[in-house]
Design a protein around this ligand. Structure first.
Ligand SMILES: [Zn+2]
Length: 166
């Protein structure tokens, strides 16, 4: 699939990275795809020439089991991504001062409420994960069983997410 520049710009791969995890700290390219992952979500888009191959990055093609999931028809079908909004709780330590040096909220002034299970196609997913997927255009979830990754697809790419443990 060829994407226009505008379509590519809609997806900020960095928002799917985890700066605290070495292998997932930034997007990386491998083969015909560019990937981003945070341990809960793995997304891939057609290779972005500006994003390099990285020796430090997770190597997706080393994990044949993961790659296979991209091609398997989901057991419980495709479902529209539900709209999920995670409420934020004012930090009790700094009382909501953004840019503070409070270690409790990392300077955000608030933090997200706890993860809630949100059931899609009979399988529970993390409210935090589903909220994050909300930026992906026309995102759908291809639901597999509780112990396997489920698929996601959106305008411009696809990916995998894990359900939450019951
Ligand atoms: Zn705080």
């Amino acid at each position: 699939m060829r994407l226009s520049w505008e379509e590519k710009m809609q997806i900020d791969l960095n928002s799917f990275c985890d700066p605290g995890r070495y292998k997932f700290a930034r997007p990386w390219s491998e083969g015909v795809y560019t990937y981003a992952a945070n341990g809960h979500i793995l997304i891939r888009v057609p290779r972005d020439r500006l994003i390099p191959v990285s020796a430090e990055a997770h190597r997706i093609t080393d994990n044949a089991e993961v790659v296979e999931w991209f091609d398997l028809e989901p057991l419980y079908g495709w479902h529209a991504l539900p709209v999920v909004t995670v409420a934020r709780i004012e930090c009790p330590s700094c009382h909501g001062v953004q840019g503070c040096d409070c270690g409790y909220c990392d300077g955000d002034g608030s933090y997200p409420e706890d993860i809630e299970p949100v059931v899609v196609g009979g399988v529970p997913f993390s409210s935090h994960v589903l909220e994050k997927l909300g930026v992906l255009p026309a995102c759908e979830i291809g639901v597999n069983d509780m112990t396997s990754p489920s698929r996601i697809r959106f305008k411009g790419g696809d990916g995998l997410i894990m359900p939450i443990k019951p």
